[in-house]
Ligand binder design. Structure first.
Ligand code: 1FH
Length: 228
């Protein structure tokens, strides 16, 4: 307390990005499937279905990260400590067994998401950052809320099946997110570039919401309409 250095008021791009995509976040966060997950109404196979869809998207996103690693602007955002692909592989093995690769396929919404990732993340650094931000800052934030809810509802004793939601190499998540936001603030984008990023983050949220909706239609039984 009283230490002004700790009371850092942000007015930069990171704060603007967060404020201008808040509605899109709320839209994604309020999908019935997400509510069911948080309420403990989804069994392990439902969570595995989510991980399976993530697997296809992260495969593309992390391929793009490899490409962007040497980019002057996007490169600093790339961190192996964030990468989720091997975590997804071990979780899918945990839930589905050794033949997991043959048991999963991308949904229609995941195909659309992956197509967009392939289209923009390999040669447009700003778009790559937009998709990178949407997933990893989400995993470091809401993902942790989800982790707490699932460990209660699925009653898992060990950490098996939770690798995706566990960032072992990032013990201090708030500090990591803060450093990430500083990168956003100091990347040196002009107003037009910032607006392109904001638009792509909104797009990324919508693509994610569509994946969640599709999972919800498969797993959350619809409330029956009263017959008249
Ligand atoms: Fe979120 N998120 N999120 N989130 N989230 C927060 C920040 C971000 C939830 C809560 C929070 C998703 C999901 C969920 C982002 C993306 C995505 C914060 C603020 C909270 C409280 C943390 C802070 O102050 O540091 C809850 C609850 C979720 C459901 C379980 C999904 C939809 C992600 C998008 C694909 C991003 C980018 C941020 C960073 C904002 C910033 O700039 O600070 C979620 C849905 C998780 C479905 C799992 C499953």
């Amino acid at each position: 307390e009283g230490d002004m250095a700790e009371v850092q008021v942000r007015t930069g791009f990171a704060q603007r990005l967060r404020a201008l995509t808040r509605a899109a976040h709320e839209e994604a966060e309020s999908r019935p499937f997400v509510r069911a997950l948080l309420a403990g109404r989804v069994e392990a196979d439902g969570f595995a279905a989510l991980l399976a869809q993530h697997y296809f998207a992260y495969r593309v996103l992390e391929d793009a990260a490899d490409r962007m690693r040497s980019d002057l602007i996007a490169g600093p955002f790339v961190s192996d400590r964030l990468h989720r692909l091997s975590a997804l592989e071990s979780d899918l093995h945990y839930y589905l067994g050794p033949d997991w690769r043959g048991l999963i396929r991308p949904s229609a919404a995941t195909e659309v998401y992956c197509a967009r990732l392939r289209e923009v993340c390999f040669d447009r650094p700003e778009c790559f950052v937009a998709h990178h931000y949407t997933r990893y800052l989400g995993d470091l934030s809401g993902g942790q809320v989800l982790r707490a809810a699932l460990s209660r509802s699925l009653g898992l004793v060990d950490d098996g099946g939770f690798a995706f939601l566990t960032f072992e190499e990032i013990p201090n998540r708030p500090r990591f997110k803060d450093a990430y936001r500083t990168l956003l603030d100091t990347a040196g984008w002009d107003g037009a570039a910032e607006n392109r990023i904001i638009a792509e983050v909104r797009h990324a949220f919508a693509l994610n919401a569509a994946v969640l909706d599709e999972l919800g239609r498969r797993l959350v039984p619809p409330i029956p309409r009263p017959r008249r």
